[in-house]
Design a protein around this ligand. Structure first.
Ligand code: FES
Length: 257
């Protein structure tokens, strides 16, 4: 064993690489995009205002940053309803297998990219130590599935106008966001393991056929998990921003019918 270890090449100097492509472009883009989202989401949650369109002439439209809306009499003014719930979707994204790869590279340069020298030397622990907490991802998945149900209910409420059924731009944006958040959640690696993992023979297992179908469906979505991760990050911000603009009177929500 010792002989094999000593035959390994010495670790490359930080940043050293033979790559000729723009390997730094992806981690830099991730750094900018995730930082921008983090700043925006933190501001909106602390702002604690303009998160619902609830005048008497329209349907009830709620920002996804504040859904489900938890408010009680005597609630401290500094406490925003968004703070009470956003830890769950934030935890789901932070422990996501795809985002882990992305932010380990972008924020910790660990490594900056494939085939590029990293800052640490010979003390690679993998996701052990404190990072073993990343294993809570499966529990955040259970919460995220609940959020999809709640956001679907929000879309239904956004079609219930005082004079009956109706659809506005806000309704469509909430719907779009829920669809992409659903694609992101249902393409999760943990969900794929949940429906099809720890099983050697689908046809021998209880509910084997149903599990095989579910596993194939999740696997198909899973191949585009990174895409759903980014699109849903954008749509959730778009949905919140639209509600902010309409509820603060900057723009008017257009009703189609
Ligand atoms: S692996 Fe990305 S959401 Fe589960």
């Amino acid at each position: 064993m010792e002989q094999a270890a000593s035959s390994l090449p010495p670790p490359a100097r930080f940043g050293a690489t033979d790559r000729k492509d723009n390997w730094w472009a992806a981690p830099l883009t991730v750094l900018i995009a995730l930082s921008a989202f983090g700043v925006y989401a933190t501001f909106r949650v602390v702002q604690n205002a303009w998160y619902a369109i609830d005048d008497t002439a329209s349907a009830h439209i709620l920002s996804p940053f504040y859904s489900p809306l938890i408010i009680w009499d005597g609630m401290p003014r500094w406490l925003s309803p968004g703070m009470l719930i956003l830890w769950a979707p934030a935890g789901f994204r932070l422990t996501c297998y795809y985002y882990r790869k992305a932010y380990y590279r972008a924020f910790f340069l660990d490594p900056p990219a494939c085939g590029v020298g990293e800052p640490r030397r010979n003390n690679y622990l993998g996701e052990r130590g404190i990072l073993i907490l990343q294993n809570v991802h499966r529990y955040f998945l259970y919460l995220a599935l609940g959020f999809i149900v709640i956001l679907t209910w929000d879309v239904i409420k956004a079609m219930m106008w005082p004079d009956g059924f109706g659809v506005s731009v806000a309704t469509l944006i909430l719907l779009l966001n829920t669809v992409f958040l659903g694609l992101y959640t249902f393409s999760c690696h943990s969900l794929r393991h949940l429906v099809g993992g720890r099983i050697d023979c689908f046809s021998c297992a209880a509910m084997g056929q149903a599990r095989h179908k579910a596993w194939k469906g999740v696997s198909k979505l899973n191949s585009s998990h990174m895409r759903w991760a980014w699109i849903s990050l954008f749509t959730v911000m778009l949905a919140d921003f639209y509600v902010w603009m309409v509820s603060s009177g900057v723009i008017t929500d257009f009703r189609f019918f």
